[in-house]
Design a protein around this ligand. Structure first.
Ligand SMILES: *Cc1c(COP(=O)(O)O)cnc(C)c1O
Length: 371
């Protein structure tokens, strides 16, 4: 029962989230699992007030700051509640009386956010691709943020529909809030373009249970102190993400993933790898007689590659998913709300795995003529 045996049984995992993690990170967790750095215990069993854990937390924050080049005018918070809690925390903290929020509606996640933001403040939808079934993104030149808005809200990558903004709207003095759950750390972004960035960890960072919030300091001072203590960003800023017990094990894993990114040369290298993987897979789809991408070309996501079999042949798509499982490839069924097929190729997905998947697609096409 050696390690090689276990590793050879690992399959190709295209799950959208929780998603595949880098093998080297998993191996390090395994090596340190029972006895973390001679403490005689697992990180999971350790006090969050211990020196060892504080070191993990401080290092995680410092490395994230470095790889994203986060300016000192921003705080980095490690919270719980998932990206979905931010749909409420954001408006509760940064709404402004008498001003409306602006929202760019590009799919199910921004719609869910809209529902929650509306409970706290008035919202104006300033751009939407709903009338195109979210298969494209609004053009940047068509997005006009009201200069009097309290904040503007968007998602950078639409995990379910497979669209991704390649650039961000200029919002002037209006703080731009961005849900980056499914593409944070996949490319270089200029943090100073945003007032607040948040992301659930389980797509591109680590295990579920951890939510990263990067917030411009002044925005945390907007809200009234009557807001529930746990809901105020300032609480977590003041306590350095240790107001209560943080998700300590996910923070430890996230730290290892941040180190993994830094050790390969940072986000410029990660971005190149993602561009290479994405191009390979989209080229294979475009050059195929059987598969196609329903997403308008300039809006296609490099993280979640959504595709279909021509004629939207559901039976053949089901067969494709079944055959893939037989071949050791999982997670390629589209989200239940949209159907079709989806391969999530986050940072941890290797080029070799993408190549193996393309080979599988080509074999499937050869064996199942549709023309
Ligand atoms: C997965 C996802 C969410 C929801 O994340 P939870 O952590 O489950 O709340 C929100 N937004 C986007 C873009 C996502 O991909």
């Amino acid at each position: 029962m050696g390690d090689t045996h276990v590793i050879s049984k690992r399959i190709i995992n295209f799950n959208a989230g929780p998603a595949a993690l880098p093998l080297s990170v998993l191996q390090q967790i395994q090596a340190e699992f029972l006895n973390y750095q001679s403490t005689g215990m697992s990180v999971m069993e350790m006090s969050h007030r211990s020196v060892e854990f504080e070191e993990i937390l401080t290092s995680a924050q410092a490395t994230l700051r470095q790889i994203m080049a986060i300016p000192d005018t921003y705080e980095v918070l490690f919270l719980q509640g998932g990206a979905s809690l931010q749909f409420s925390m954001v408006p509760q903290n940064i709404k402004v009386a008498g001003k409306a929020a602006n929202l760019i509606n590009t799919g199910i996640w921004t719609q869910k956010a809209l529902e929650e933001i509306q409970k706290e403040t008035s919202v104006k939808i300033i751009a939407s691709s709903e009338d195109q079934q979210f298969l494209t993104l609004p053009k940047l030149s068509d997005i006009q943020v009201d200069p009097n808005a309290s904040f503007a809200y968007m998602a950078s990558n639409n995990t379910i529909f497979g669209t991704q903004f390649k650039a961000f709207p200029k919002t002037g003095l209006v703080p731009l809030v961005c849900d980056m759950s499914s593409d944070i750390l996949s490319r270089q972004v200029d943090v100073s373009d945003f007032g607040l960035i948040f992301a659930g960890a389980q797509k591109n960072i680590g295990p579920s249970g951890l939510t990263i919030v990067i917030i411009r300091k002044d925005l945390a001072e907007r809200c009234d102190k009557s807001l529930a203590t746990m809901m105020q960003y300032r609480t977590h800023i003041k306590a350095k993400s240790l107001y209560n017990t943080p998700p300590s094990f996910p923070i430890y894993v996230a730290k290892l993933v941040f180190d993994w990114i830094q050790n390969q040369g940072g986000l410029s290298v990660v971005q190149e790898n993602n561009e290479r993987k994405g191009k390979l897979l989209y080229d294979a789809i475009n050059n195929s007689e059987m598969f196609y991408s329903p997403i308008e070309e300039s809006s296609r996501s490099l993280m979640n590659v959504v595709f279909r079999i021509k004629g939207n042949n559901v039976d053949l798509e089901d067969q494709f998913v079944k055959d893939a499982e037989q071949a050791g490839i999982v997670g390629i069924k589209g989200h239940r709300s949209v159907g079709g097929l989806r391969a999530s190729i986050y940072n941890a997905q290797s080029l070799e795995n993408v190549e193996a998947f393309i080979e599988f697609m080509q074999t499937f096409e050869k064996n199942n003529h549709i023309l």
